[in-house]
Design a binder for this molecule. Structure first.
Ligand SMILES: Nc1ncnc2c1ncn2[C@@H]1O[C@H](COP(=O)(O)OP(=O)(O)O)[C@@H](O)[C@H]1O
Ligand SMILES: [Mg+2]
Length: 234
């Protein structure tokens, strides 16, 4: 469903992504694993059309991103690495704003916001200001905000950074629930156990290059994923 073909992205002298090719299949949970600076966020930004590759091409359902921006954007929901809510708005108002940006008609907006708040158990704080929420609640809100227009593909950049293990586990369950509903999930992480728990396949990046890509099961075979990861990235 998604194909990256020899994709590069440089920032002056830095080769953030340095000739990466792979495909992501419909319905899978695909992980981009790598240390800080490996090129994960740059890859996500190119997949979500926030950055253009300096060379190479990305295809969605066989169509190049160039010239098909509206089609591609309709497929995608993005959970960014950094929280970017409007801090002065309530939970509901933040979702409302996002729904308007996606041109959802008013009746549908109401129903969708109700459904999503219920899904992530945030109905109770619906009228609270975003800054009053706990870290885990903010993450859940960020995820449902990305789902408002019913995207087929959800991309998450380090979805559980700085969360405690219990809250992280809750986010993991939420993502598996979305997978069960047929959503394709692409996530970046530097937590090996996160990739191990969630991902069907994992791509390991090191300084912008792909150093491994296989099923999580195969990457773990004979070792732990951690051993494989450390051996490939050190
Ligand atoms: N806008 C930018 N300008 C200059 N350098 C950048 C920019 N974005 C990323 N980089 C550099 O590209 C490399 C990869 O960054 P990034 O994709 O954010 O890695 P990751 O998300 O894996 O931590 C890093 O060396 C980073 O400093
Ligand atoms: Mg990053």
């Amino acid at each position: 469903m998604i194909e990256l073909r020899d994709v590069h992205r440089t920032f002056s002298a830095t080769r953030a992504v340095d000739g990466v090719s792979f495909t992501i299949e419909r319905g899978e949970v695909f992980g981009l694993l790598g240390k800080n600076g490996a090129g994960k966020t740059t890859t996500i930004k190119m997949l979500t059309l926030q950055l253009k590759p300096t060379a190479g091409e990305i295809f969605f359902d066989g169509r190049p991103t160039l010239g098909n921006e509206i089609f591609v954007k309709s497929l995608l929901g993005l959970v960014p690495q950094h929280l970017n809510f409007d801090q002065d708005l309530t939970v509901e108002e933040n979702l409302e704003l996002h729904a308007r940006l996606h041109h959802l008609p008013k009746v549908e907006r109401r129903a969708r916001i109700d459904e999503l708040l219920k899904f992530v158990e945030l109905e109770r704080v619906r009228h609270s200001g975003v800054r009053e929420l706990s870290g885990g609640m903010k993450r859940r809100l960020l995820i449902v905000r990305a789902l408002i227009h019913r995207p087929q593909i959800l991309l998450l950049d380090e979805p559980t950074v700085a969360l405690d293990p219990q809250v992280r586990r809750k986010i993991w369950e939420l993502l598996l629930e979305l997978k069960a509903r047929g959503i394709t999930i692409i996530l970046t992480t530097h937590y090996i156990e996160e990739a191990e728990f969630l991902c069907d396949r994992v791509a390991i990046l090191k300084r912008g290059r792909l150093v491994a890509l296989d099923t999580t099961k195969n990457l773990c075979a004979g070792h732990s994923l951690e051993e494989t990861f450390l051996a490939l990235t050190n």
